[in-house]
Design a protein around this ligand. Structure first.
Ligand SMILES: Nc1ncnc2c1ncn2[C@@H]1O[C@H](COP(=O)(O)OP(=O)(O)OP(=O)(O)O)[C@@H](O)[C@H]1O
Ligand SMILES: Nc1ncnc2c1ncn2[C@@H]1O[C@H](COP(=O)(O)OP(=O)(O)OP(=O)(O)O)[C@@H](O)[C@H]1O
Ligand SMILES: [Mg+2]
Ligand SMILES: [Mg+2]
Lengths: 159, 165, 159, 165
């Protein structure tokens, strides 16, 4: 079992570094490290190291709200890529991001969408515009949801 | 393999029969606060066999059935169907399209179906074994998880790695 | 001490209902209830009841992301109003809100700004435009922050 | 009473001396991710006497001192000053303007000043007694608190009510 865990850990680590560099900059440093010298190796913690844009934070707790979100998305996505699941749902993960990071996030999704099916819930016009298909959900009657197909041209007022 | 259509009726705020078709690439869902977007995500988790009400933002599983508004009475049943395109033959079944259905009645009875034939939850779980499609293996990423995976209380981060192994 | 607690509780409850109705609709139901019949009355929990826009959720856990955010803001603000503190900082609380709710949120802040000083951190253009004074923070040199004064006219590219 | 100016130097990402003037109504702070907006909020908590590093997103208090970048060396001290306009005479002091200052050196020494005269932390706390301005009584509302106050683990909600009483 430890054999399999270590193999999966290495795969996630490689994915994490790949996704992290697409979301931040190519030469930014990041890593996943298993704690050494612990009593019970099966409970050893996994530490995240992330230094976006050449900064030197003393730990991930010093990162900003947007930097934490991108780092967590990179890790969650790295774990997702290890399992062969055909679809991935993202529910408003782009809310804390500024315009530049939304652009990078949407580009990353577009790149991965050749092998993975994405369902993205968002309020942001830049993210919604990357989709091939788009739905609007409304509540014309209190408490009862209705679905409407939205043409790409209507994006302006869909937010 | 990808999902082509989701059909909801009586599930949470979707009182009426609603069909959502998905693109094999990116499908986006937009709309104002509180209109039912995350309820669609809950419907996906549910039809794939999710048994924990807390992952569906509910205290009891019967809360997924439409519980009425000032103008409309509560319904007695929730039904969700999900259709897959089996283009790469990943599912161990000879059809090119597979539809799974889950129903829950106020009485507590539940039904599961594969291509309109009644079956057990175990059959659905076996169908998806090793395809990564079982209810906890597919992937939903939401903002709440960001704080959880970074804070790493009770060594949760390691659990996620172990689940993937 | 219980005497004072009950008095404060009633004040917070009145504030909560007032703020909740400004953020949602005038006739929406909301309340704060202290648990009855518990062994230790000093540990009795406080329950939040919220039914936005005429819906009947079985509890606050069924509310949507945006509805939860507005309900929590109403409660945190109701608690803040009980203490006489002269300033209130809001750090990106408008991120999960859609355009209509941002408008309502910004209007509420404007109304209360006669007695309370607000410092609001946001990425949203509607919220930033309600301010009398605005600052942009940038990082021209990696890792070193700089402050720039922003004129109201420059809002378009400040997000 | 309201705050009119905040001055930072060597505090987190603010290596250079920076002055922020506030309006008595609404002041908004905008800018890209990671540029230092929330660091300004941390500076406000700190100068008001905050003693818990965890509330300043740090593991140790010395982490609030600018710790350098690839191009710039770390600094040896962090200093923040906050100026109040005492227009309603709420502060028990005869001046119409009051400035408090806090400094921290790498050595661990810290200094507090009121209107440029050295004092103890206790003097600052006494100045603000009952004005709601002590470091835990002023108000910062952030998104993380939304989940905490709604989930109510360990009866946190009640604690907040008790603190206000
Ligand atoms: N069983 C049910 N019957 C009727 N309505 C329900 C039921 N369960 C949940 N709801 C309602 O559905 C609404 C929540 O919808 P949902 O969480 O999908 O919103 P959303 O579109 O994701 O919004 P946001 O953008 O704020 O996240 C709530 O207002 C809730 O009252
Ligand atoms: N002591 C320090 N010395 C230098 N830089 C620091 C120090 N402490 C924190 N930082 C840096 O400050 C940055 C965080 O800034 P801050 O949290 O204010 O961003 P923000 O503008 O709020 O961004 P967001 O919009 O993403 O929330 C981090 O990148 C962190 O590395
Ligand atoms: Mg939602
Ligand atoms: Mg921030």
């Amino acid at each position: 079992a430890t054999e399999r865990f270590n193999k999966t850990f290495e795969q996630i680590r490689t994915n994490f570094q790949k996704v992290f560099k697409t979301l931040f900059f190519e030469d930014d440093y990041c890593d996943l490290i298993i704690e050494k010298d612990v009593e019970d190796p099966l409970e050893a913690r996994i530490e995240i190291k992330a230094q976006p844009r050449g900064k030197r934070p003393s730990g991930i707790s010093q990162l900003s709200g947007g930097e934490k979100t991108l780092t967590a998305i990179a890790l969650l996505f790295a774990i997702y890529l290890v399992k062969p699941s055909p679809f991935c749902v993202l529910d408003e993960v782009d809310a804390p991001l500024d315009d530049a990071n939304i652009e990078r996030f949407a580009k990353m999704i577009k790149e991965f969408s050749h092998d993975t099916q994405f369902i993205i819930i968002t309020h942001n016009k830049k993210t919604m515009s990357k989709a091939e298909m788009m739905y609007g959900v409304t509540m014309p009657e209190t408490g009862v949801s209705r679905l409407v197909g939205v043409k790409m041209g209507d994006i302006e007022d869909a937010a | 393999m990808y999902i082509s259509e989701l059909q909801l009726q009586g599930f949470k705020s979707f009182a009426h029969k609603t069909k959502v078709s998905f693109d094999s690439g990116i499908t986006s869902i937009v709309g104002p606060n509180g209109c039912g977007k995350s309820n669609i995500v809950d419907a996906l988790r549910w039809v794939l066999g999710e048994q924990r009400p807390s992952l569906l933002r509910s205290s009891a599983m019967s809360n997924v059935i439409f519980n009425g508004t000032a103008q409309k009475k509560a319904l007695g049943m929730a039904e969700v169907s999900l259709t897959f395109v089996n283009d790469k033959g990943i599912l161990p079944i000879e059809y090119s399209e597979v539809t799974i259905t889950r129903r829950l009645y106020r009485s507590g009875d539940s039904e599961y179906l594969i291509n309109n034939t009644s079956c057990r939850l175990k059959d659905i779980m076996e169908l998806f074994m090793d395809t990564g499609m079982g209810s906890d293996a597919y992937s939903v990423i939401e903002l709440k998880m960001v704080e959880e995976i970074l804070n790493d209380k009770n060594n949760d981060r390691r659990r996620l790695f172990e689940e993937a192994a």
